[in-house]
Design a protein around this ligand. Structure first.
Ligand code: SF4
Length: 303
């Protein structure tokens, strides 16, 4: 038992030295962890209940035709090549919930107001035109292209990242390059193609030098994403990365605390997970990311 405790302590100290706060048991056997926990630690609470908002989704469009997948059917060879084959039990276990510290975006006090001219945009193409003409913040002056998002106009699965990077800015497309390739593989692992989903960012123009967006920029751009979601009426949102998750959920919690739980954004189920760029830097996060996308897939299937 003492050996197991030592291993758990060493593991956690190593994680802390790496600047991580989340608790991921991917380098320790489950049996050892359970032995340690049985020695005195308390069990985590069950998953948080689904949060709901009072504003509800607007009228629905025609749903995209998507293949359904069970929790095991969604495991493809592509995903195995990314994260290794799940061990069959741990990947399916719900994660302990961790409460966000601030109100969610759809709670009173943090409303996103869509101006009438944007509310009149009837299609994603109309929203994209409005984004192209937008000068509500300074990012339009420094970016090469606007990046409104792309994908199936009837998508029921929406992926939301932070903001365009250099390559996205040059091409006017979201999630291209290495991160985009990994996102494509992640989607394929849950039996979704890029053309099945809609992919976009919180910010529609690139912050210069990939700096963090400011609060005024986020506030100015928020109506575009919300209008896109109103038009799409997705069944689930997959928020990629700390910034997207914290912005959409109005939370200061870490991505490690926000992931693994079903949240809602304006009445739409939302699952947060690590950004593909983070997964490329830290393979240890691929296992929890796999659990998160499986959760998102299950939410899509139950709809
Ligand atoms: S980032 Fe958003 S708010 Fe700022 S100019 Fe672009 S579209 Fe408008």
């Amino acid at each position: 038992m003492s050996d197991a405790r030592d291993r758990l302590r060493q593991y956690l100290e190593q994680r802390r030295e790496m600047g991580e706060s989340e608790f991921v048991l991917d380098s320790m056997s489950v049996d050892d962890a359970l032995k340690v926990l049985a020695s005195g630690a308390t069990r985590a609470a069950p998953p948080a209940p689904v949060r709901s908002s009072g504003d509800g989704p607007p009228a629905r469009g025609a749903p995209a035709e998507l293949p359904r997948a069970s929790r095991t059917e969604g495991v493809t060879e592509d995903w195995k090549s990314i994260v290794g084959a799940p061990d069959g039990s741990e990947a399916d276990k719900p994660k302990a919930p961790k409460a966000a510290k601030r109100p969610k975006a759809d709670e009173p006090g943090a409303p996103v107001v869509i101006p009438p001219e944007l509310a009149a945009a009837a299609s994603l193409a109309d929203v994209a035109k409005a984004i192209a003409a937008c000068k509500a913040c300074s990012l339009s002056a420094t970016a090469i292209n606007h990046v409104p998002g792309e994908g199936n106009p009837n998508a029921k699965f929406v992926v939301v990242g932070e903001a365009p990077g250099a390559t996205e800015d040059e091409l006017g497309r979201p999630f291209v390059g290495k991160s985009g390739d990994l996102l494509t593989k992640i989607l394929e692992a849950i039996q979704l193609k890029r053309e099945d989903v809609f992919i976009c960012n919180v910010l529609k123009h690139r912050p210069p030098g990939n700096r963090n967006p400011t609060d005024p920029e986020i506030a100015a751009c928020a109506p575009f994403l919300l209008r896109q979601l109103e038009i799409l009426q997705p069944k689930v949102i997959l928020a990629l990365g700390t910034f997207a998750a914290q912005t959409l959920l109005k939370s200061d919690s870490t991505i490690g605390q926000l992931r693994g739980i079903e949240h809602t954004y304006h009445g739409i189920p939302l699952v947060a997970t690590y950004h593909p760029a983070a997964l490329l830097r830290n393979p240890n996060w691929k296992r929890p990311a796999w659990e998160d996308v499986q959760l998102a897939r299950r939410i899509l299937d139950r709809a």
